[in-house]
Ligand binder design. Structure first.
Ligand code: 6PG
Length: 248
């Protein structure tokens, strides 16, 4: 299998199926939560879409009483431009699968106020990140863990092919217009994603096999937004089930 052509060699873990993928992701979450012992808190940005739902449910089921939820701080790597109770809301999905089932203080959950105009929602979320991480000008937040997925077009978070957010170098969070959805998405930018201590991609199902193959193809380097996820000084782990990895 050709290595992902980037500065920090990505690790790829292929697991038999979605259930094992969920367990492997929960294992990573727990391992990264050791940050509490080192830094007194664990900062994590959740991914949206369908793939992580099973991970969040398993996390709630297995670790409701074994993780220091009062020291876990939850953010979202991206959000759809919808209110928090909308069926497409990433926050709603995470609340239903995880956040409503574990003893995490409400003030530890930082959702995108996506009910607001998109630019305002992005500005506010950036402001919250700057305050929470006590950022000085030009500094980037360093999440302990960021979970990501990929779309079959190679997007990740809400960094879609051909969109303006791909070029963003100074903002932490932007409202990104996505033509095919005729809608904005609110998303972390590459500098935030690439300053994380650990980034974990979760990829499941046959429908992702072609794009995963393309992303790992050095000849297609620079073709897909997900390929630009290259943590500066962090770990990059891809967890894919056998179906998703079937063309590698
Ligand atoms: C979102 C996500 C997005 C997602 C991919 C994969 O808001 O949709 O953050 O980047 O990870 O679209 O989605 P699935 O897991 O549903 O295939």
């Amino acid at each position: 299998m050709p290595p992902l052509a980037n500065k920090n060699a990505a690790e790829l873990k292929v697991v038999p199926d979605a259930a094992v993928l969920n367990a492997a992701a929960v294992h990573e979450f727990r391992a990264c939560a050791e940050a509490v012992a080192v830094r007194g808190r664990f900062t994590v940005a959740l991914s949206g879409g369908n793939t992580p739902r099973g991970v969040y449910s398993l996390l709630a089921e297995q670790h409701k009483n074994t993780l220091p939820w009062d020291k876990v701080f939850i953010f979202f790597g991206d959000e759809r431009h919808v209110p928090p109770d909308h069926p497409d809301s990433n926050y709603r999905m995470a609340r239903e699968a995880l956040l409503s089932k574990v003893p995490i203080p409400e003030q530890n959950v930082f959702r995108v106020r996506a009910e607001l105009p998109a630019d305002l929602a992005a500005d506010q979320y950036e402001g919250e990140l700057r305050v929470f991480f006590r950022l000085t000008a030009g500094a980037w937040p360093r999440f302990d863990l960021i979970l990501l997925g990929i779309g079959d077009d190679g997007h990740t978070a809400s960094l879609f092919p051909g969109t303006a957010a791909l070029k963003e170098k100074s903002r932490l969070v932007v409202a990104n217009w996505v033509e095919k959805f005729q809608s904005y998405r609110i998303t972390f930018t590459y500098p935030v994603l690439n300053h994380a201590a650990e980034v974990v991609f979760l990829v499941s199902g046959k429908s992702k096999s072609q794009i995963l193959r393309d992303i790992f193809d050095p000849a297609k380097k620079g073709s897909y937004p997900a390929q630009a996820i290259q943590p500066e000084s962090g770990r990059l782990l891809w967890i894919a089930d056998r179906d998703a990895a079937s063309l590698l």
